[in-house]
Write a protein that binds this ligand. Structure first.
Ligand SMILES: [Zn+2]
Length: 325
């Protein structure tokens, strides 16, 4: 729900220079091994182009969004074969080379090794699309049957269309498993990585209490009377869906009105003189103003910090709406 400035990401990537270069070298070795075993001519032609791409571009894993956009359109489509259904309908299916390339590039292994520490440094723990859940989920190994924690990332340009972009870091958007599944091949206009400094400080998205929501709740004490809206930019293209359309943001947050209820109660009880006393006591502990606000509402309160914890966007927007912070 907020972009991160490319300069910040670049600086963190430079701390992982060796690991990232090693990923590319391992990928090339595995792709070349795969090539030796590949006999289908169409698969081999595609695979050799991927190998050339990795061999001739030492910075491929660090390509920014603009470079990725330019290069992906120059690349040939994945090889397909005709498949006939029981009703006789013929459809074109992608050959197995797509999955074999994904395995060779090691995306699945990186989810439990490199990505958790890389995105921790960038400061992302919650889903960049919905901000309602963490980006870590438990996955069962098909080999050992054991469960382990995996970092969920969505591929902005899908790995089913562009497997060679599956480990390019600017193509990775940390997302909860629900948003990851829903997004699939949907196109959304939200860009996580930006060169625009304003977009990295202020989110384009906003939750707002509906008129009289607070007054109505204070009479009935029923959270069902709490209403809110989710505002977002209108997509530039009429065929592009909004974030709310794709990820059902209002539906997800409709189940969380108890959080808003707590904020309404706090806004009634924590009057100006009480807040002044609290602030005075926090100041005696030499606590930063942001930590004071975070403690008050139970979540991060600045847009720039909203990737750090689920639900922070809703909590901070509504707390500001109520004049609590
Ligand atoms: Zn999500």
């Amino acid at each position: 729900m907020i972009a991160i400035h490319v300069d910040k990401v670049r600086s963190i990537q430079s701390n992982f220079f060796n690991e990232i270069e090693e990923q590319r070298e391992i990928a090339i070795t595995k792709l070349k091994k795969l090539n030796k075993k590949t006999t289908n001519l169409k698969d081999k032609t595609y695979l050799e182009e991927v190998i050339l791409l990795f061999d001739s571009n030492p910075d491929i894993l660090l390509w920014d969004s603009i470079k990725i956009n330019n290069e992906k359109d120059k690349f040939r489509s994945l090889p397909t074969y005709p498949k006939t259904s029981k009703t006789g309908k013929v459809t074109l299916c992608k050959t197995e080379i797509k999955d074999k390339i994904l395995t060779a590039l090691g995306y699945r292994n990186l989810r439990s090794s490199f990505y958790p520490m890389y995105f921790k440094e960038i400061g992302i723990k919650s889903c960049v699309y919905c901000n309602s859940q963490l980006t870590i989920s438990a996955k069962r190994s098909s080999v050992t049957n054991d469960y382990s924690a995996k970092f969920d990332v969505d591929h902005y340009h899908s790995k089913s269309e562009y497997p060679f972009l599956s480990i390019c870091l600017f193509n990775l958007y940390p997302a909860c498993s629900s948003c990851n599944r829903i997004k699939s091949d949907n196109v959304v206009e939200f860009e996580l990585y930006t060169n625009n400094r304003i977009k990295a400080i202020k989110s384009d998205y906003k939750f707002k209490l509906t008129a009289y929501s607070k007054a109505k709740y204070l009479i009935t004490k029923d959270p069902k009377d709490i209403g809110f809206t989710f505002d977002e930019p209108t997509p530039s293209n009429i065929t592009t869906k909004t974030i709310n359309d794709v990820f059902h943001i209002e539906g997800i947050y409709q189940t969380q009105t108890d959080l808003i209820e707590e904020l309404i109660i706090k806004s009634q009880i924590y009057n100006k003189s009480y807040l002044k006393t609290l602030k005075y006591n926090f100041d005696k502990l030499s606590i930063q103003p942001e930590l004071f606000k975070r403690t008050l509402v139970g979540n991060y309160t600045g847009d720039k910090d909203l990737h750090k914890r689920p639900m922070s966007k809703l909590v901070s927007d509504i707390a500001k709406d109520l004049g609590l912070i």
